[in-house]
Design a protein around this ligand. Structure first.
Ligand code: 5GP
Length: 114
């Protein structure tokens, strides 16, 4: 089962997070349990529960998340490369029911993922 949507509380600032980017459409903050030297989550402010729930009306928003990810990767010094991950639903490893993109970097990342 997907857990409660803690990311809404981060958007509302009712729980703290190390926020590194905010604009009218999205928020980015450091993951509380980093899996790499750089592990940032980029989330839309709009509630979209999973990648499966993205609609055609969200195309520009999803593009925006990628533009922000590319800028943050530069800001965070990931010139050698990085990985973007979106886990979808239980079998994809998603635990928070609010669409989020993981930005991972700062070490060699194995492939295939577990
Ligand atoms: P998922 O497993 O759903 O793809 O990713 C959820 C991510 O959210 C995990 O990497 C987890 O460490 C992170 N996370 C869960 N709760 C919090 C929280 O309260 N604050 C922050 N900053 N990250 C969280």
């Amino acid at each position: 089962m997907l857990a409660d949507n803690v990311f809404l509380k981060i958007i509302d600032k009712t729980i703290p997070a190390k926020i590194i980017h905010e604009d009218e459409r999205c928020l980015a903050f450091h993951d509380i349990g980093p899996k790499a030297p750089v592990h940032v989550l980029i989330i839309p402010k709009k509630v979209i529960r999973t990648h499966d729930d993205i609609g055609t009306e969200d195309a520009e928003l999803i593009g925006h998340l990628h533009v922000v990810a590319a800028k943050l990767a530069k800001d965070l010094g990931l010139a050698a490369g990085y990985r973007l991950v979106i886990n979808c639903k239980e079998q994809g490893g998603q635990t928070v029911p609010h669409l989020h993109m993981h930005l991972l970097g700062g070490r060699d990342l194995g492939w295939p993922p577990g």
